[in-house]
Design a binder for this molecule. Structure first.
Ligand SMILES: O=C(O)CCC(=O)C(=O)O
Ligand SMILES: [Fe+2]
Length: 258
């Protein structure tokens, strides 16, 4: 399979050092990089069909969590922003359920793509050592959402396969906290979640590749309103080899460990 026919290398010359630098500058200054039409339209159509075919295998989870993705802190009341519960519910197809010959695997394993990520992120990228976590297809169906949170991981790499008709926007506010300095930023976190500080919306069309730094940016996927699901692939990497996703996270998101 020729990668030139899968991704739009004319628009996104990911092997070109000046293009790589431009992407890095954008990610470093904005905390997010949206590469619209990264996938060619035939690839989008192929992957949408594939995602619809495997949809019956998806595990749908429903979780309550706080914005910090930590166990509740008993020093604060339940309604304090430290502990205030957010709701997340979505379906997920795991790496082992992605068809063997899927173009998602081709892209994920493509050495030039890995090299591009490594240079733009300034971090090493390795696949997960467990069988479930490297490539995930996520379905947000009518009424489903991802609650406000800060990521544990320092970066996320996603491919938008099908944007929802209504709702399902990716909303965020950059640099709310400084986790490296142990700053939880309760006041601003509460202001965003309670609607007093307005978030931005990150627009992403079908076929967009998105790089996002979510550790200090508060973000969510708003509830999907239309009956057209939001289908988004997460391409998951570690900065070290041999790492598995925690058992707690695998049970929560996939309903099984292997
Ligand atoms: O669905 C998305 O666009 C982002 C998902 C996300 O924020 C996450 O998985 O932590
Ligand atoms: Fe996130």
């Amino acid at each position: 399979m020729n990668l030139e026919t899968i991704v739009n290398l004319e628009l996104h010359p990911i092997q070109d050092s000046s293009y790589i630098q431009k992407c890095k500058d954008q990610l470093d200054s904005k905390g997010a990089l949206v590469m619209e039409n990264f996938l060619n339209s035939d690839t989008v159509e192929y992957l949408q069909n594939e995602a619809r075919e495997v949809r019956p295998l998806a595990y749908f989870c429903h979780q309550n969590h706080n914005a910090y993705l930590l166990d509740p802190d008993p020093d604060f009341p339940a309604e304090h922003i430290r502990n205030l519960e957010q709701v997340s519910d979505k379906g997920c197809i795991t790496h082992d359920q992605v068809p063997e010959n899927s173009l998602l695997r081709t892209i994920y394993e493509w050495p030039d793509f890995r090299m591009f990520l490594k240079q733009v992120l300034g971090e090493l990228v390795f696949p997960y050592a467990d069988t479930l976590s490297s490539i995930n297809i996520n379905y947000y169906e009518q009424g489903q959402q991802l609650g406000w949170h800060f990521d544990n991981a320092s970066f996320a790499v996603t491919l938008m396969l099908q944007s929802p008709g209504h709702g399902g926007e990716f909303e965020y506010r950059e640099k709310v906290r400084n986790s490296e300095k142990g700053d939880s930023a309760f006041a601003d976190t509460e202001a965003v979640i309670k609607g007093k500080l307005k978030p931005k919306t990150l627009a992403m069309g079908d076929g967009a590749l998105v790089l996002f730094r979510g550790r200090n940016s508060l973000h969510r996927v708003a509830p999907v309103v239309s009956d057209q699901a939001r289908i988004l692939v997460t391409l998951n990497f570690n900065t070290e080899p041999g790492i598995m996703l925690s058992e707690l996270a695998r049970m929560a998101f996939f309903g099984r460990l292997a």
